[in-house]
Design a protein around this ligand. Structure first.
Ligand SMILES: Nc1ncnc2c1ncn2[C@@H]1O[C@H](COP(=O)(O)OP(=O)(O)O)[C@@H](O)[C@H]1O
Ligand SMILES: [Mg+2]
Length: 418
């Protein structure tokens, strides 16, 4: 800031004073003319043009802020986006914001260019006026010829600092460099490659066979085998750090086991198209992220073409419809503005509604109620119990109260079943 704002101001000021004294010493009239032209080029013109440019600058800042929000939101909600395979829509949304910014930037550049041309023209006019004045004074014998020459040259070379001052406003470059860095993160290679072009798959029993997995050195899962039967609730319990969440992530193919196989209806999930796998599985964790968008659009990420009835049905099943209707704008209430009115329980119920709306045959839940009081836990479990008919549910929890609703229960200890 100091280097780019304070120093040009000081330089322009000192330089102008020195130049003024110098030109005025040749002839006072020339000094006054110089002072007047600096004031016109350095103060009057920028003030006038900034009046016109203010609108564009505002738009650039506005769309830049919108893009930042969109990017930040997308980063925070990356996991939600991947789960529901909503990446393309999210990307299109960010591209739209990027285009808005580019448009505003383009216009800003155009205006900056026009200002520059106006300034140059003005400066040339003043230079010519200086020469004409100099010659007039010379003809009357008021100044010597070299005085005219020196003052004209001094005048021509004196606008640098003044125009630098006038150009101050247009240093938004840094902001865009910052946005560029964030976009780079999004280009990072995924851990598992998306699978496409395979035969359509059917859903059925999930069978993990002799699975071993480690993120780095340490083995998290060791020769784990588990049969998750169709249309039942399978509970997985065990101490924290025993590898329960990791197992679910393998079922989602966020990671791949180093050893062993995971099959759905007898087919290795490594041979199932990623988008199909995402449609087969809904995944809910203990924190639900809400994008800064309306509640309706937050639900729609699970099913972009969902009708209002479908959304309402899902919310009724998740016992959150009544609460949403109690909000001032109902389903159109911006989630970002709820703040304190949105409790952890309500957020989880919105997450559950999302999972129900996704309408996948398999629902994976990783400690969905562990941040909730027993009242909210009860609500979630009841919704789950009712929705479970005809679905395959995998429920991770360390709470006996949650695990009680399971038809089958496994306990994981140190990466193995016990
Ligand atoms: N992305 C990761 N990279 C490296 N280690 C991880 C990662 N995620 C989890 N772990 C480690 O794996 C172990 C099992 O974690 P997790 O599956 O979350 O257990 P649980 O859900 O049973 O509490 C923990 O020791 C944890 O530190
Ligand atoms: Mg866990």
């Amino acid at each position: 800031f100091y280097a780019h704002t304070i120093s040009p101001v000081c330089i322009a000021f000192v330089y102008t004073v020195v130049m003024f004294v110098f030109i005025a010493s040749i002839h006072p009239l020339l000094g006054v003319l110089a002072l007047f032209s600096w004031a016109a080029a350095g103060i009057a013109l920028p003030v006038l043009t900034s009046h016109f440019a203010a609108d564009t600058g505002e738009r650039v800042r506005e769309s830049s802020a919108q893009l930042s929000t969109a990017v930040l939101d997308s980063l925070c909600g990356l996991s939600e986006t991947i789960r529901y395979d909503d990446g393309e829509r999210r990307m299109a949304y960010m591209e739209e914001k990027t285009d808005l910014l580019l448009e505003a930037q383009e216009e800003e550049k155009y205006i900056a260019g026009r200002n520059m041309a106006t300034a140059s023209l003005l400066i040339s006019i003043f230079d010519v006026m200086m020469i004409i004045c100099g010659i007039a004074l010379y003809q009357r014998g008021a100044v010597k010829f070299d005085g005219v020459l020196v003052s004209s040259i001094a005048m021509m070379s004196s606008f640098g600092p003044v125009t630098a001052l006038a150009a101050l406003g247009s240093t938004l470059q840094n902001t865009f460099a910052a946005a560029g860095r964030v976009l780079d993160i999004l280009d990072e290679a995924p851990v598992t490659e998306d699978i496409t072009g395979k035969e359509p798959a059917v859903c059925g029993e999930i069978n993990a066979e002799d699975v071993s997995f480690s993120y780095e050195e340490e083995e998290i899962l060791r020769n784990l085998s588990m049969r998750i039967q169709e249309h039942r609730i399978t509970g997985i319990t065990g101490r924290s750090g025993s590898g329960k969440s990791t197992f679910l992530k393998l079922l989602m193919r966020f990671w791949q086991p180093q050893k062993g196989t995971i099959e759905i209806a007898g087919r290795n999930i490594n041979t199932i198209n990623t988008s199909e796998l995402r449609n087969m599985e809904s995944y809910l964790t203990q924190d639900t992220f809400l994008f800064s968008d309306s509640i309706r659009n937050n639900l729609k990420i699970a099913k972009p073409d969902a009708s209002d009835e479908e959304i309402e049905t899902a919310c009724r099943k998740a016992s959150v419809h009544e609460w949403i209707m109690s909000l001032p704008l109902g389903y159109d209430t911006p989630a970002g503005e709820l703040g304190d009115r949105l409790s952890e329980g309500e957020k989880q119920r919105i997450g559950l509604a999302r999972a129900f709306l996704h309408d996948a045959p398999v629902i994976l839940l990783d400690e969905p109620a562990s941040n909730l009081d027993s009242l909210n836990e009860g609500i979630i479990l009841k919704s789950l119990r009712e929705e479970a008919a005809g679905k395959t549910v995998v429920l991770i929890s360390h709470r006996p109260s949650s695990i009680r609703i399971a038809d089958d229960t496994f306990t994981v200890e140190n990466g193995r079943l016990s």
